[in-house]
Design a protein around this ligand. Structure first.
Ligand code: NAD
Ligand code: MG
Length: 328
């Protein structure tokens, strides 16, 4: 079994007297800043001046600063802005403020692993990657618990990088739940593959195609929506709580027999081969190149996919159905 690290394995002393700057005040930035502050850390927020996040940070009681200025005074810089903007913000605002002895922390390994950010020698590079969205990182902390996270050390010039990353993990509440050690390479590649093959890409493909088949056969869209989408969460909760067996135990024997006999016909060798191909593209950097290219062209394909999917029957039906079944 992999080793998990908990509260006793981390010491906030590694951050004693150190100034932490969190760049970005979005999903992860806000959650991690507030948790660190509540854990007694000295936290400053680095932001573009007078943006929406600026006011938000102020109303949460922080005194935000420009990114460059905030990074200049920091010992530990946490880069929590979207992955696709990190390399430009790094070049113009963060790099000029770096000095040997400082620590750069990331919430995901993408830019370091694919060498879109290459910090100078002498700067420690670490990662705390919480395994849930920012608001949940905050709410579990407030409940006295935390979010399981992955931690990694990419560069350790000071000899203290592990202590620092574990203290950051403790400060955001992660060690209350437990953290597992990984590498930037492993975290980036498995994270990208997971969201493409299963969590975001796979699941929407599976639901979307099954929904279209049912309505093309004349079934009511609302019924189709319930059967292939709404119940998904209930099933996933069972799997998350106790694995596949827990789910098989909870569903009817009919569902179990049908699922066990048909599952591998749906996800057949062809789909498995496609998954392997997708993983290859992540590993060889082609996906990263494609995505950064798309971003630099102003996300034309992503914008089109976003507006196309809003017009889909599934989205329309979902909107109506969800409003029919809220507590009145
Ligand atoms: P986000 O999209 O919520 O970040 C938005 C913030 O970034 C805002 O404060 C915005 O003002 C700031 N920002 C955007 N562009 C900027 C620019 N050009 N200059 C300065 N500031 C700018 O980001 P996020 O989803 O919290 O992701 C942050 C990091 O955490 C990423 O590396 C991501 O992969 C990782 N991560 C995110 C999640 C998640 O739940 N969202 C989970 C695990 C890891
Ligand atoms: Mg992930």
């Amino acid at each position: 079994m992999v080793k998990a690290y908990y509260e006793k394995d981390a010491d906030l002393k590694a951050l004693k007297g150190k100034k932490i700057t969190v760049v970005g005040y979005g999903s992860q930035g806000r959650a991690q800043s507030m948790n660190l502050r509540d854990s007694g850390m000295d936290v400053t927020i680095g932001l573009r001046e007078k943006g929406k996040s600026w006011t938000k940070a102020q109303s949460d009681g922080f005194k935000p600063m420009g990114v460059r200025e905030a990074c200049e005074k920091a010992d530990v810089i946490m880069v929590l802005i979207p992955d696709e903007v990190q390399s430009e913000v790094y070049k113009s605002e963060i790099a000029p403020a770096l000095k040997p002895g400082k620590t750069l922390d990331f919430g995901h390994g993408f830019n370091i692993h694919f060498k879109r950010i290459t910090p100078p020698d002498g700067v420690d590079i670490v990662m705390v990657a919480p395994k849930s969205p920012g608001p949940k990182v905050r709410s579990t902390y407030e409940e006295g618990f935390g979010t399981p996270s992955l931690v990694a050390v990419e560069k350790d010039y000071s000899g203290k990088a592990w202590d620092v990353v574990m203290a950051l993990a403790k400060g955001i509440g992660a060690t209350r739940a437990g953290v597992i050690k990984t590498t930037f390479k492993e975290e980036t590649e498995t994270d990208n593959f997971g969201e493409q093959a299963v969590l975001c890409g796979g699941i929407t493909g599976l639901i979307g195609e099954a929904f279209k088949i049912l309505i093309s056969e004349g079934y009511q869209p609302e019924i189709a929506y319930f059967e292939v989408l709404h119940e998904m969460k209930l099933i996933v909760d069972l799997i998350q709580n106790g694995g596949f067996e827990n789910m098989w135990n909870a569903v009817s024997n009919t569902a179990e027999y049908g699922g066990r006999t048909r599952g591998s016909r749906i996800i057949d060798q062809h789909v498995v081969n496609n998954m392997r191909e997708v993983l290859k593209e992540v590993q060889n950097g082609n996906f990263a190149d494609e995505w950064m290219n798309e971003y630099h062209k102003g996300i034309p394909n992503l914008s089109k996919m976003r507006s196309d999917s809003q017009k889909e029957t599934l989205e329309q039906v979902g909107k109506e159905l969800r409003s029919m079944f809220v507590k009145k």
